[in-house]
Every structure is written in structure tokens, then in C-alpha cells.
Design a binder for this molecule. Structure first.
Ligand SMILES: Cc1ncc(COP(=O)(O)O)c(C=O)c1O
Length: 460
């Protein structure tokens, strides 16, 4: 069967609570984006890497909308923006302070740019969910590390928890560091909920947003915002051209251009989406064994994320995922004790009612129970070799059980969310091995340990 046929078939019977944010619903600006407008650079189509016509104008509109110095389109997701931005603002050997729950692209960028890395550990709530980056913790780490060139944090997180960007950016700047905010999951923020401002308006120097995650734009589309005069614009433009195709897709660019006009017009879509989510949240607040996460303990919470905690029902997030899948509801992420139903601009009252109906039905089938929480492993790793220094060192793959005490050679992470459990150069401890085994035993697939784990070869 052809992939397109398979997807067309699946699409008919399922309600998506995953990306992309248009949810395969009809949006006027996406209609008509097909092979007829699959162009390359011509006098009519402008050039993403040297824009002087429509693409320049469209990106200016984007910049005005978010009040930035300059904004860029990406056809290589937030991944491309993150690689480009980190390369543009750092030099080999400089130090970056990275929140450990950042996406793997941030760590990849640090390795590619030969940066020294230090990590920030946001608090983890009692439900096992990463909370906000705290000002005290940032201040302490910046003092301890000294000479940090760049701080990178994720806000909102995959689960929707925000940090206080205004306070964090003041601290970074007082220490001479730039702040980049990975807002991949928050492109919709100020539109969906006028009370929550984008990091672009809160003092961050660089902000990355995946338009495709929550807005009506095609998969792979994202934007990079330059928000301060602390960054060299020319270097940033140069790196955006390096980390993107020299033949960017006009189908993707057209969806970005259309999405920016859609945001500017700001019709009733966001109000409808929010009202539908609010209604569903009210119903879900009454769940008995499953629980609706309300952002407890975070600075602010993006209510558009529907995160269901499963531990008091004695089941894993994957178990709940499977039960919903059988009912035609396909969610974004199953974690150990939670499940994320990601809503987006393409959602409507009908899809949210169906989600709430399905969750209430599953809740009714469950009995109370306790899912034992895994040991708390989110603590400082023992870094034996710098991340960037591991590249091309001799490695071997060995069974996980034999790996305690060895040095990790390739990242190990759950996807989604794609934040590392282990990075190259870190000691593999008994604690982390037990956690990885626990994940595998409950059917959560861990990337990087399919055929054993990659470790650096011991010298001599
Ligand atoms: C927090 C975060 N940042 C960045 C990315 C990369 O985004 P993209 O898929 O647009 O490249 C992801 C992907 O899921 C993510 O979760």
C-alpha cells in the first residue's frame, strides 16, 4: 500500500490530538496549496535566503505581529532555527547553560558548535512533570559557572508549563548572557489566551516557534524571532541559510505566509478553539481515577494542552494511549504516568467532546490503583567527557545490563518529548539503567537502546 493511501485511510477514521495544529481541517489559506504552486526561485517567487519581494514583505508582517527586530521563516522546523541561532551567537569553547528538559536539537547544536555545556534542572512536580525554570536556580547557576554566553530554556514545555521569561531574561542579561527561549509549543500563546504573552514580548533575545505544532501551517514550518540588538542580524541570516535547504519548499512557505495573514486577521478561530477546550476541561475535571493536570506548581500553564495523569488509575500513559486509539482518538505523547492530547487551531467543539467522552468512558472502565513512580533520576549527570568531545571517538554497543560505570556514546531519550535521559560523555549509572529497564518493561520505547547501548571504548 502506498503511504499516501494509508494516511488517507487512517485520516478518515481518527480524531487527531497530535500535531500538526490544523488537524487536517479545512482552512481557507491552506486550500489550494498543492503541486500547482510547487515552485523554485523565479522572478515571481522571491528567494528565502535573499528575500526582496513577497517573502521579505511576509516576514516583515510576521515581525510586526510579534514586535521583533526581525523574524525568519523556517522550512526545517524549530530544529533548523535552533541549530542556526545557537551557531550564530556562540564561538567554539564558549559556555552554554541549558535546561535539561530542552529538545535534543539544542544539545546537538552545542555538540556541533563545540560548546562547553552546563545544565539547569527545573523542579519536577510530584506528578513527575517538569515545572518552570526558577529565577533563584538560574541566578545560582550563572554565578557558579561564570562566563556563560548563552542560556537556553523551553517555555512552554511539551506539557504546557511556562516560565517567567521577563524575570529570567533580566537575570541572564545582568550576567552578560543571551537568553534563547524554545517556544516551539507556544506559537499560539497570545492569540489563544491574551493573558499569556509570548517570550518575544518578555525580553528574550531569540525565540523559536514551531508554527506546525499548534497553528494552521504545514508540518516542518517554524519561525525564528530576533528580539534584541544583542545579536548580529547578518550572522543569524547567514546561519539560517546554512541550516535550511537551498531549495525551500514553496508549499511550506505558502502555508507560513497564509498562516501569518490568518494570525493578523485573528478571526473567531482562537475564541472557538479556547471555548471548546474550556468546556472539555470542565468535564474532565470530574474524572475519578484519571486526573486532569492543571499546571500545579508552574509559573503559568497553557490550558490548551490536555495532559491526563494515569498513576492513580494504576495504568501507564501508554496503556491509556492504546485504549483511546481503539476508540479512534490518536494522542500526541504517552509518557510513564501521563498522556498528552495536544489541541490546535483545527480543533472544534466536536473533536473536544469526542475526547472528553472517550476519556470519561475509559475512566469508568478503570478501577483505582497505584502505578509505582520510577526513581527520581532528574539530577546532575556525572559528565566524564565533554559532550562535543565524544564525536567520532571509538564506540561499541553492549547490553544495557553490562553498561553500569561505562561512558555513554550516543544520546538516549524518549521521543516525544525528545529531551535526553543520557548524553554522550555521561556516566551510565545503575539508577539510569533501572529507569530505562522500567520504561521498556511498561512498553515505553526508549530511543538509543534498541540493540544495547552505545558506550565509548575503554582505552588500552
Ligand atoms: C521543545 C521542542 N523544541 C523543538 C522541537 C523541534 O521542533 P520541530 O519539529 O519543529 O523541528 C520540538 C519537537 O517536538 C520540541 O518539542
Amino acid at each position: 500500500m502506498k503511504l499516501a493511501d494509508k494516511l488517507n485511510e487512517a485520516g478518515k477514521g481518527q480524531i487527531p490530538f497530535h500535531m500538526p495544529g490544523h488537524k487536517r481541517a479545512s482552512f481557507a489559506h491552506l486550500e489550494g496549496i498543492n503541486y500547482h504552486i510547487d515552485f523554485t526561485e523565479t522572478p515571481d517567487s522571491d528567494d528565502l535566503h535573499h528575500p526582496s519581494g513577497l517573502l521579505l514583505e511576509s516576514q516583515k508582517t510576521l515581525s510586526e505581529l510579534f514586535g521583533t527586530v526581525r523574524s525568519y521563516y523556517s522550512v526545517n522546523g524549530s530544529t533548523g532555527c535552533i541549530l542556526a541561532a545557537i551557531r550564530a551567537v556562540t564561538a567554539s569553547g564558549q559556555k552554554a547553560l541549558i535546561a535539561r528538559n530542552c529538545h535534543k536539537s539544542v544539545f546537538n547544536a552545542c555538540a556541533l558548535c563545540s560548546l562547553e555545556t552546563a545544565y539547569l534542572f527545573p523542579e519536577v512536580g510530584e506528578d513527575g512533570i517538569y515545572l518552570s525554570v526558577e529565577e533563584k536556580e538560574l541566578e545560582k547557576r550563572l554565578r557558579k559557572e561564570g562566563n556563560v554566553a548563552l542560556v537556553v530554556i523551553t517555555s512552554p514545555t511539551y506539557e504546557g508549563v511556562l516560565s517567567d521569561i521577563t524575570a529570567l531574561s533580566d537575570i541572564c542579561h545582568a550576567h552578560g548572557a543571551l537568553l534563547m527561549v524554545d517556544e516551539a509549543h507556544g506559537a499560539h500563546l497570545g492569540f489563544y489566551d491574551p493573558q499569556i504573552r509570548s517570550a518575544t514580548a518578555c525580553g528574550a533575545d531569540l525565540v523559536v516557534q514551531s508554527f506546525h505544532k499548534t497553528l494552521p501551517a504545514f508540518t516542518q514550518t517554524a519561525v525564528l524571532h530576533l528580539c534584541s540588538d544583542r545579536v548580529d542580524e547578518e550572522l543569524l541570516s547567514e546561519q539560517m541559510a546554512i541550516f535550511q535547504s537551498s531549495s525551500p519548499s514553496y508549499l511550506l512557505l505558502s502555508s507560513l505566509d497564509g498562516c501569518v495573514s490568518f494570525l493578523k486577521e485573528n478571526g473567531g478561530c482562537f475564541v472557538r478553539w479556547r471555548n471548546a477546550v474550556t468546556k472539555a476541561r470542565v468535564r474532565l475535571a470530574a474524572l475519578n481515577k484519571l486526573r486532569l493536570f492543571e499546571g500545579e506548581g508552574g509559573y503559568l500553564y497553557d490550558q490548551s494542552k490536555i495532559l491526563i495523569l494515569t498513576d492513580r488509575a494504576g495504568i501507564t500513559g501508554q496503556d491509556l494511549y492504546d485504549r483511546l486509539y481503539e476508540k479512534g482518538i490518536v494522542c500526541e505523547m504517552a509518557a510513564y504516568n501521563s498522556l498528552l492530547a495536544m489541541t490546535g487551531a483545527g480543533d472544534c467543539e466536536g473533536s473536544l467532546e469526542a475526547l472528553a467522552d472517550a476519556l470519561i468512558a475509559v475512566d469508568g472502565e478503570l478501577t483505582e490503583g497505584i502505578l509505582p513512580m520510577p526513581p527520581h533520576t532528574r539530577r546532575e549527570p556525572n559528565v566524564l567527557i565533554a559532550l562535543h568531545a565524544c564525536h567520532r571517538k571509538k564506540r561499541e554497543r553492549i547490553p544495557l545490563t553490562d553498561a553500569v560505570g561505562r561512558i555513554c556514546a550516543a544520546s538516549v531519550y524518549l521521543y516525544p518529548p525528545g529531551s535526553p535521559l543520557l548524553l554522550p560523555g555521561e556516566e551510565i549509572t545503575q539508577e539510569i539503567v533501572s529507569l530505562l529497564e522500567r520504561y521498556e518493561n511498561v512498553g515505553i520505547s526508549v530511543n538509543g537502546i534498541a540493540d544495547g547501548i552505545a558506550v565509548l571504548c575503554e582505552e588500552g
